[in-house]
Design a binder for this molecule. Structure first.
Ligand code: ZN
Length: 68
């Protein structure tokens, strides 16, 4: 099996689980997809704009990268 996973474009980890497509149309690992889902929920709660969600998302990304 040459397929040992894909590198997630967001967290840059190699992930074996199937990727999920986000609301932004990118494919990311399940961890990032879940984080983005939470971020978009928080963004919606904060005002409903995708821009807000993206801001929350980048904050979450920094947290993910810091805990590698
Ligand atoms: Zn990821």
């Amino acid at each position: 099996m040459g397929l040992s996973g894909r590198v997630c474009p967001d967290c840059e980890r190699r992930v074996r689980e199937p990727f999920e497509e986000t609301i932004l149309g990118r494919e990311v690992c399940p961890d990032c997809a879940r984080a983005l889902f939470l971020a978009s929920g928080a963004g919606a709660a904060a005002g409903g704009s995708l821009g807000v969600a993206a801001g929350v998302w980048s904050t979450l990304l920094r947290k993910i990268r810091r805990t590698r």
